[in-house]
Design a binder for this molecule. Sequence first.
Ligand SMILES: Cc1cc2nc3c(=O)[nH]c(=O)nc-3n(C[C@H](O)[C@H](O)[C@H](O)COP(=O)(O)O)c2cc1C
Length: 325
Amino acid sequence: MKTRITDLLGIEHPIIQAGMSWASSSSALPASVSNAGGLGVVAAGPMYVHDFVATLDQMATLTDRPFAVNIPLYRPQVSDIIDAMVARQVPVVIASQGGPKAHLPRFRAYGAKWIQVVSTLEHALKAEAAGVDALIVVGTEAGGHPPANEVSTLVTVRQVLREVSVPVIAGGGVADGWGIAALLALGADGVQLGTRFLMTHEATVHEAYKDAVLKADAADAVLVGRRSLPVRTLNNKFAKCIFDAEQRDVPAEEYEALFKKSTLKQAALNGDVEWGKVEAGQSAGLIHHIKSASDVMAELVLELHHACGRLQAMSASNLPAASLA
Ligand SMILES: Cc1cc2nc3c(=O)[nH]c(=O)nc-3n(C[C@H](O)[C@H](O)[C@H](O)COP(=O)(O)O)c2cc1C
Protein backbone atom coordinates (compact mmCIF):
# COMPACT_ATOMS: atom_id res chain seq x y z
CA MET A 1 0.00 0.00 0.00
CA LYS A 2 1.31 3.42 -0.99
CA THR A 3 0.58 6.50 1.14
CA ARG A 4 2.32 9.80 1.86
CA ILE A 5 3.90 8.06 4.88
CA THR A 6 5.30 5.10 2.93
CA ASP A 7 6.74 7.62 0.45
CA LEU A 8 8.14 9.91 3.13
CA LEU A 9 9.80 7.14 5.13
CA GLY A 10 10.68 4.71 2.33
CA ILE A 11 8.77 1.80 3.90
CA GLU A 12 6.57 -0.86 2.35
CA HIS A 13 3.52 -0.73 4.65
CA PRO A 14 2.09 2.35 6.44
CA ILE A 15 2.55 0.60 9.79
CA ILE A 16 4.67 2.06 12.57
CA GLN A 17 5.62 0.05 15.66
CA ALA A 18 5.12 2.52 18.51
CA GLY A 19 8.12 3.48 20.58
CA MET A 20 7.60 1.73 23.93
CA SER A 21 9.94 2.25 26.84
CA TRP A 22 11.64 -1.04 27.79
CA ALA A 23 9.61 -3.10 25.26
CA SER A 24 11.40 -1.50 22.32
CA SER A 25 14.42 -0.07 24.16
CA SER A 26 16.56 -2.64 22.34
CA SER A 27 17.09 -3.80 18.78
CA ALA A 28 15.04 -7.04 18.57
CA LEU A 29 11.54 -5.65 18.03
CA PRO A 30 12.42 -2.60 15.91
CA ALA A 31 14.73 -4.58 13.60
CA SER A 32 12.06 -7.28 13.05
CA VAL A 33 9.36 -4.74 12.24
CA SER A 34 11.60 -2.81 9.83
CA ASN A 35 12.67 -6.04 8.14
CA ALA A 36 8.99 -6.93 7.68
CA GLY A 37 8.34 -3.66 5.83
CA GLY A 38 7.00 -1.48 8.67
CA LEU A 39 8.86 1.17 10.65
CA GLY A 40 10.58 -0.23 13.74
CA VAL A 41 11.11 2.26 16.55
CA VAL A 42 13.80 2.15 19.26
CA ALA A 43 12.46 3.78 22.44
CA ALA A 44 15.35 5.82 23.84
CA GLY A 45 13.35 7.12 26.83
CA PRO A 46 14.77 4.91 29.60
CA MET A 47 18.13 4.03 27.98
CA TYR A 48 21.61 4.91 29.21
CA VAL A 49 23.60 6.59 26.48
CA HIS A 50 26.11 3.72 26.11
CA ASP A 51 23.29 1.14 25.79
CA PHE A 52 21.58 3.36 23.27
CA VAL A 53 24.73 3.65 21.15
CA ALA A 54 25.21 -0.13 21.30
CA THR A 55 21.60 -0.61 20.19
CA LEU A 56 22.12 1.70 17.21
CA ASP A 57 25.18 -0.37 16.26
CA GLN A 58 23.07 -3.55 16.46
CA MET A 59 20.36 -1.95 14.32
CA ALA A 60 22.98 -1.26 11.66
CA THR A 61 23.86 -4.95 11.50
CA LEU A 62 20.29 -6.31 11.82
CA THR A 63 18.51 -4.26 9.17
CA ASP A 64 19.23 -2.14 6.13
CA ARG A 65 15.68 -0.78 6.18
CA PRO A 66 14.61 2.57 7.66
CA PHE A 67 13.93 2.71 11.40
CA ALA A 68 13.21 5.45 13.92
CA VAL A 69 14.22 6.49 17.41
CA ASN A 70 11.53 7.68 19.81
CA ILE A 71 12.87 10.34 22.11
CA PRO A 72 10.87 12.01 24.90
CA LEU A 73 12.52 15.43 24.82
CA TYR A 74 12.14 16.07 28.57
CA ARG A 75 14.42 13.16 29.55
CA PRO A 76 17.71 13.81 31.36
CA GLN A 77 20.83 13.76 29.13
CA VAL A 78 18.66 14.31 26.07
CA SER A 79 21.50 16.16 24.31
CA ASP A 80 23.79 13.09 24.59
CA ILE A 81 21.10 10.94 22.97
CA ILE A 82 20.55 13.56 20.27
CA ASP A 83 24.32 13.71 19.61
CA ALA A 84 24.43 9.92 19.18
CA MET A 85 21.45 10.01 16.80
CA VAL A 86 23.06 12.69 14.66
CA ALA A 87 26.46 10.96 14.69
CA ARG A 88 24.89 7.71 13.44
CA GLN A 89 22.51 9.50 11.10
CA VAL A 90 19.32 7.90 12.45
CA PRO A 91 16.92 8.26 9.50
CA VAL A 92 13.70 9.08 11.41
CA VAL A 93 13.14 10.90 14.71
CA ILE A 94 9.89 10.41 16.61
CA ALA A 95 9.77 13.08 19.30
CA SER A 96 7.34 13.29 22.17
CA GLN A 97 6.89 15.52 25.23
CA GLY A 98 8.70 18.63 24.01
CA GLY A 99 8.89 20.93 20.98
CA PRO A 100 11.11 20.25 17.94
CA LYS A 101 12.60 23.71 17.33
CA ALA A 102 15.87 23.36 19.27
CA HIS A 103 16.95 20.13 17.53
CA LEU A 104 15.31 20.10 14.11
CA PRO A 105 18.11 21.88 12.14
CA ARG A 106 20.71 19.25 13.10
CA PHE A 107 18.52 16.45 11.72
CA ARG A 108 17.52 18.43 8.65
CA ALA A 109 21.22 18.89 7.85
CA TYR A 110 21.62 15.19 6.96
CA GLY A 111 18.10 14.64 5.59
CA ALA A 112 16.43 12.90 8.55
CA LYS A 113 12.64 13.03 8.92
CA TRP A 114 11.10 14.44 12.08
CA ILE A 115 7.74 13.09 13.29
CA GLN A 116 6.11 14.74 16.31
CA VAL A 117 3.79 12.88 18.68
CA VAL A 118 0.78 15.03 19.66
CA SER A 119 -2.61 14.42 21.21
CA THR A 120 -4.45 17.71 20.76
CA LEU A 121 -5.24 19.95 17.80
CA GLU A 122 -3.40 22.82 19.50
CA HIS A 123 -0.14 20.87 19.70
CA ALA A 124 -0.62 19.52 16.17
CA LEU A 125 -0.86 23.06 14.79
CA LYS A 126 2.22 24.17 16.75
CA ALA A 127 4.27 21.20 15.52
CA GLU A 128 3.22 21.77 11.92
CA ALA A 129 4.17 25.45 12.19
CA ALA A 130 7.58 24.40 13.56
CA GLY A 131 8.21 22.46 10.32
CA VAL A 132 7.86 18.78 11.24
CA ASP A 133 7.47 16.24 8.41
CA ALA A 134 4.52 14.36 9.89
CA LEU A 135 2.47 13.98 13.04
CA ILE A 136 1.56 10.99 15.18
CA VAL A 137 -1.84 11.72 16.70
CA VAL A 138 -2.79 9.61 19.69
CA GLY A 139 -6.19 9.24 21.37
CA THR A 140 -7.22 8.10 24.83
CA GLU A 141 -7.38 4.37 24.01
CA ALA A 142 -3.58 4.28 23.85
CA GLY A 143 -1.28 2.55 26.29
CA GLY A 144 1.40 4.70 27.91
CA HIS A 145 0.55 8.37 28.33
CA PRO A 146 -2.60 9.16 26.37
CA PRO A 147 -4.01 12.72 26.24
CA ALA A 148 -5.14 14.14 29.58
CA ASN A 149 -8.37 15.35 27.91
CA GLU A 150 -9.49 11.72 27.36
CA VAL A 151 -10.69 12.34 23.79
CA SER A 152 -10.86 9.21 21.61
CA THR A 153 -8.62 8.41 18.66
CA LEU A 154 -11.64 8.50 16.32
CA VAL A 155 -12.37 12.13 17.20
CA THR A 156 -8.87 13.54 17.84
CA VAL A 157 -7.48 12.22 14.57
CA ARG A 158 -10.31 13.75 12.55
CA GLN A 159 -10.02 17.07 14.36
CA VAL A 160 -6.36 17.23 13.40
CA LEU A 161 -6.89 15.96 9.84
CA ARG A 162 -9.34 18.81 9.19
CA GLU A 163 -6.76 21.45 10.08
CA VAL A 164 -3.27 20.27 9.04
CA SER A 165 -1.71 19.42 5.71
CA VAL A 166 1.29 17.32 6.84
CA PRO A 167 0.70 13.53 6.82
CA VAL A 168 -0.90 12.12 9.95
CA ILE A 169 -0.14 8.76 11.57
CA ALA A 170 -2.99 7.69 13.86
CA GLY A 171 -2.46 5.77 17.10
CA GLY A 172 -4.37 4.47 20.10
CA GLY A 173 -6.52 1.34 19.94
CA VAL A 174 -5.53 0.31 16.39
CA ALA A 175 -4.46 -3.29 17.15
CA ASP A 176 -5.41 -5.05 13.88
CA GLY A 177 -5.85 -4.61 10.13
CA TRP A 178 -9.49 -3.61 10.58
CA GLY A 179 -8.37 -0.78 12.84
CA ILE A 180 -5.75 0.23 10.30
CA ALA A 181 -8.33 0.33 7.49
CA ALA A 182 -10.64 2.47 9.65
CA LEU A 183 -7.98 5.06 10.34
CA LEU A 184 -6.76 5.18 6.74
CA ALA A 185 -10.41 5.66 5.75
CA LEU A 186 -10.57 8.69 8.04
CA GLY A 187 -7.70 10.26 6.11
CA ALA A 188 -4.62 9.15 8.05
CA ASP A 189 -1.58 8.19 5.95
CA GLY A 190 -0.26 5.70 8.46
CA VAL A 191 -0.92 4.06 11.81
CA GLN A 192 1.06 3.42 14.97
CA LEU A 193 0.49 0.29 17.06
CA GLY A 194 1.88 -0.14 20.55
CA THR A 195 0.04 -2.79 22.53
CA ARG A 196 -0.16 -5.15 19.52
CA PHE A 197 3.65 -5.09 19.19
CA LEU A 198 4.09 -5.30 22.96
CA MET A 199 2.56 -8.79 22.66
CA THR A 200 5.37 -10.20 20.53
CA HIS A 201 8.24 -12.53 21.36
CA GLU A 202 10.70 -9.75 20.53
CA ALA A 203 9.31 -7.15 22.96
CA THR A 204 11.77 -6.87 25.84
CA VAL A 205 9.46 -6.90 28.87
CA HIS A 206 9.11 -9.56 31.58
CA GLU A 207 6.96 -12.60 30.65
CA ALA A 208 4.67 -11.83 33.64
CA TYR A 209 3.95 -8.46 32.01
CA LYS A 210 2.97 -10.09 28.72
CA ASP A 211 0.83 -12.67 30.56
CA ALA A 212 -1.03 -9.94 32.45
CA VAL A 213 -1.78 -7.99 29.26
CA LEU A 214 -2.80 -11.18 27.46
CA LYS A 215 -5.37 -11.93 30.17
CA ALA A 216 -6.68 -8.36 30.29
CA ASP A 217 -9.95 -7.23 28.79
CA ALA A 218 -10.39 -3.79 27.19
CA ALA A 219 -11.85 -2.26 30.36
CA ASP A 220 -8.93 -3.51 32.47
CA ALA A 221 -6.65 -0.93 30.82
CA VAL A 222 -7.62 2.06 32.91
CA LEU A 223 -6.50 5.68 33.02
CA VAL A 224 -4.61 6.30 36.26
CA GLY A 225 -3.22 9.53 37.69
CA ARG A 226 -5.68 12.14 36.51
CA ARG A 227 -4.17 14.55 39.05
CA SER A 228 -0.66 13.94 37.69
CA LEU A 229 0.60 12.75 34.25
CA PRO A 230 -2.15 10.23 33.41
CA VAL A 231 -1.05 6.81 32.27
CA ARG A 232 -3.10 3.93 30.83
CA THR A 233 -2.17 0.79 32.78
CA LEU A 234 -3.77 -2.41 33.91
CA ASN A 235 -6.08 -2.08 36.92
CA ASN A 236 -3.78 -3.61 39.55
CA LYS A 237 -2.89 -2.77 43.18
CA PHE A 238 -1.03 0.35 42.08
CA ALA A 239 -4.05 1.63 40.11
CA LYS A 240 -6.45 0.86 42.97
CA CYS A 241 -4.15 2.65 45.43
CA ILE A 242 -4.28 5.81 43.24
CA PHE A 243 -8.08 5.59 42.83
CA ASP A 244 -8.35 5.27 46.60
CA ALA A 245 -6.11 8.34 47.07
CA GLU A 246 -8.44 10.27 44.73
CA GLN A 247 -11.48 9.19 46.75
CA ARG A 248 -9.81 10.34 49.94
CA ASP A 249 -8.77 13.55 48.19
CA VAL A 250 -5.23 13.32 49.61
CA PRO A 251 -2.98 16.41 49.41
CA ALA A 252 -1.15 16.95 46.10
CA GLU A 253 2.29 16.02 47.48
CA GLU A 254 1.07 12.71 48.91
CA TYR A 255 -0.71 11.92 45.63
CA GLU A 256 2.38 12.64 43.54
CA ALA A 257 4.56 10.54 45.85
CA LEU A 258 2.18 7.57 45.58
CA PHE A 259 1.96 7.95 41.81
CA LYS A 260 5.73 8.14 41.32
CA LYS A 261 6.52 5.30 43.72
CA SER A 262 5.38 2.75 41.12
CA THR A 263 7.21 2.59 37.80
CA LEU A 264 7.00 0.98 34.40
CA LYS A 265 10.51 -0.43 34.98
CA GLN A 266 9.25 -2.30 38.08
CA ALA A 267 6.70 -4.16 35.93
CA ALA A 268 8.66 -4.41 32.66
CA LEU A 269 12.01 -5.46 34.08
CA ASN A 270 11.21 -7.11 37.43
CA GLY A 271 7.79 -8.54 36.51
CA ASP A 272 6.01 -6.83 39.42
CA VAL A 273 2.61 -6.66 37.73
CA GLU A 274 0.74 -5.85 40.95
CA TRP A 275 2.56 -2.72 42.08
CA GLY A 276 4.33 -1.66 38.86
CA LYS A 277 2.80 0.42 36.08
CA VAL A 278 1.69 -2.22 33.54
CA GLU A 279 1.23 0.19 30.64
CA ALA A 280 -1.12 -1.15 27.96
CA GLY A 281 -3.91 0.18 25.77
CA GLN A 282 -7.59 -0.73 25.64
CA SER A 283 -6.73 -2.87 22.62
CA ALA A 284 -5.37 -5.43 25.11
CA GLY A 285 -8.93 -6.75 24.91
CA LEU A 286 -8.45 -7.49 21.20
CA ILE A 287 -5.16 -9.34 21.50
CA HIS A 288 -5.23 -13.02 22.38
CA HIS A 289 -1.88 -14.34 21.16
CA ILE A 290 1.80 -13.56 21.55
CA LYS A 291 3.45 -13.94 18.15
CA SER A 292 6.65 -13.01 16.39
CA ALA A 293 6.75 -9.43 15.12
CA SER A 294 7.03 -10.66 11.52
CA ASP A 295 3.87 -12.78 11.97
CA VAL A 296 2.07 -9.77 13.42
CA MET A 297 3.13 -7.68 10.42
CA ALA A 298 1.94 -10.36 7.97
CA GLU A 299 -1.38 -10.67 9.79
CA LEU A 300 -1.92 -6.89 9.87
CA VAL A 301 -1.29 -6.60 6.15
CA LEU A 302 -3.63 -9.49 5.34
CA GLU A 303 -6.43 -8.09 7.54
CA LEU A 304 -5.93 -4.64 6.06
CA HIS A 305 -6.40 -6.01 2.55
CA HIS A 306 -9.52 -7.91 3.61
CA ALA A 307 -10.96 -4.79 5.23
CA CYS A 308 -10.18 -2.61 2.20
CA GLY A 309 -11.65 -5.26 -0.13
CA ARG A 310 -14.83 -5.32 1.93
CA LEU A 311 -15.18 -1.52 1.77
CA GLN A 312 -14.48 -1.52 -1.95
CA ALA A 313 -17.10 -4.20 -2.60
CA MET A 314 -19.64 -2.28 -0.51
CA SER A 315 -19.02 1.00 -2.28
CA ALA A 316 -19.09 -0.60 -5.75
CA SER A 317 -22.44 -2.28 -5.12
CA ASN A 318 -24.25 0.20 -2.88
CA LEU A 319 -23.23 3.75 -3.67
CA PRO A 320 -25.80 5.63 -5.76
CA ALA A 321 -24.10 7.04 -8.87
CA ALA A 322 -25.30 10.58 -8.05
CA SER A 323 -23.43 10.66 -4.75
CA LEU A 324 -20.12 10.04 -6.53
CA ALA A 325 -20.25 13.44 -8.21
C1 LIG B 1 4.55 -0.31 27.44
C2 LIG B 1 4.40 1.00 26.72
C3 LIG B 1 5.46 1.92 26.77
C4 LIG B 1 5.34 3.14 26.07
N1 LIG B 1 6.43 4.00 26.06
C5 LIG B 1 6.39 5.12 25.31
C6 LIG B 1 7.55 5.93 25.16
O1 LIG B 1 8.62 5.65 25.70
N2 LIG B 1 7.45 7.04 24.37
C7 LIG B 1 6.27 7.39 23.74
O2 LIG B 1 6.24 8.41 23.02
N3 LIG B 1 5.16 6.64 23.86
C8 LIG B 1 5.20 5.50 24.60
N4 LIG B 1 4.10 4.67 24.67
C9 LIG B 1 2.91 5.00 23.87
C10 LIG B 1 3.03 4.35 22.46
O3 LIG B 1 4.08 4.96 21.74
C11 LIG B 1 1.75 4.48 21.62
O4 LIG B 1 1.34 5.82 21.50
C12 LIG B 1 0.58 3.66 22.14
O5 LIG B 1 1.01 2.41 22.60
C13 LIG B 1 -0.45 3.48 21.03
O6 LIG B 1 -1.63 2.91 21.49
P1 LIG B 1 -1.94 1.32 21.53
O7 LIG B 1 -1.14 0.78 22.66
O8 LIG B 1 -3.39 1.29 21.76
O9 LIG B 1 -1.52 0.75 20.21
C14 LIG B 1 4.16 3.46 25.36
C15 LIG B 1 3.11 2.52 25.34
C16 LIG B 1 3.22 1.31 25.99
C17 LIG B 1 2.08 0.31 25.89
